[in-house]
Design a protein around this ligand. Structure first.
Ligand code: SAM
Length: 295
């Protein structure tokens, strides 16, 4: 058996079976992942789980699944290694204005707020990946601010469990190809070309902040009175009961009259006494009842 070194120079002797991702390994890794992130790893995603763990484990200098499991599951500290692994296990596919119908619904909702009052406006992109969704929402708001100029404060908070994704979002640097869904006038207004990249201009980036947040721990987040909570392509990774729990926490974070936008089909047969479903064949969205209309 080959003698190997970990990155911390501790000599490791891999157990003969420790390089095999057997049923027992699968069971303990999926349980750890679900306990800490809420994500359900179905049997169909087993090989994705194995490949991602194997790759990260090698990079971190571990030679066996069990030793690596013991390292990351040590619950006295949630280590930076855990966050790097989680980054590999999450799907961060995203695009600017990914769901045009839902973005239009948000634009309508915000337009009505801009026309109605001077109040500050707060929008939350939950599970924002590398930031495209949050900047899309910010562009909608910046356009409203141009059209209805006033001194109001408006902001977008983007949150994601992946620390590397949040760092990329903060950089706000994208390829020109990534910007294709953004209309040309908005590209010019809100991005600057730097070498081969397009970088979000400070006028827009100063309206957006990004934070690492596990959506199952939303209760602890200092976010409240949101005018819009936008959460798409995240709930699909959770069991149905957990999706309902997360959405119930979103309701607490919405201001009365606030808009909640989910991905079509991501929550079926959901009812909440403070939410009214918006009839729209393209979108799954709800309004939080105002206190005077509560039953
Ligand atoms: C497929 S992307 C969706 C990005 C964007 N919302 C969109 O629709 O284009 C899913 C994102 O959810 C994040 N995610 C997964 N589990 C999470 C959790 N427990 N808390 C917060 N974010 C999570 C992933 O890191 C990933 O960036």
């Amino acid at each position: 058996m080959k003698r190997t070194m970990s990155s911390s120079n501790i000599v490791q002797w891999p157990m003969a079976s420790d390089t095999t991702f057997d049923d027992q390994q699968f069971a303990q890794w999926r349980a750890l992942l679900e306990e800490r992130t809420g994500m359900e790893v179905t049997a169909a995603r087993r090989s994705f789980l194995e490949t991602s763990i194997r790759q990260r484990m090698k990079e971190a200098g571990f030679t066996g699944f069990q030793r690596y499991f013991e390292h990351v599951s040590n619950d006295s500290i949630i280590s930076s290694e855990w966050y790097l692994l989680v980054d590999r296990l999450t799907v961060q596919e995203t695009r600017f204005f990914r769901d045009a119908h839902a973005m239009e619904l948000v634009a309508e909702h915000l337009r009505a707020i801009w026309q109605r009052s001077n109040d500050p406006v707060q929008v939350w992109s939950a599970g924002c990946a590398t930031g495209e969704e949050a900047y899309s929402l910010a562009m909608i708001m910046a356009e409203l601010a141009r059209r209805y100029p006033d001194q109001r404060h408006f902001s977008v908070t983007g949150s994601d469990i992946s620390a590397p994704a949040v760092l990329k979002a903060r950089l706000g640097t994208y390829t020109a190809r990534k910007l294709e869904p953004v209309r040309a006038a908005w590209q010019q207004r809100y991005f600057t070309a730097e070498g081969n990249s397009m970088v979000v201009k400070p006028e827009l980036s100063q309206r957006v902040c990004f934070t690492r947040l596990n959506v199952t721990e939303t209760e602890q987040a200092p976010l409240q009175n949101m005018d819009v909570i936008y959460c798409q392509n995240l709930l699909i990774y959770f069991r149905r009961w957990r999706r309902r729990d997360i959405v119930t926490q979103f309701v607490d974070k919405l201001r009365p009259g606030g808009l909640l936008v989910l991905g079509p089909g991501e929550l079926i047969d959901f009812k909440h006494d403070q939410l009214v479903a918006i009839p729209n064949k393209h979108c799954l969205a709800f309004l939080k009842k105002r206190s005077d209309s509560m039953e």
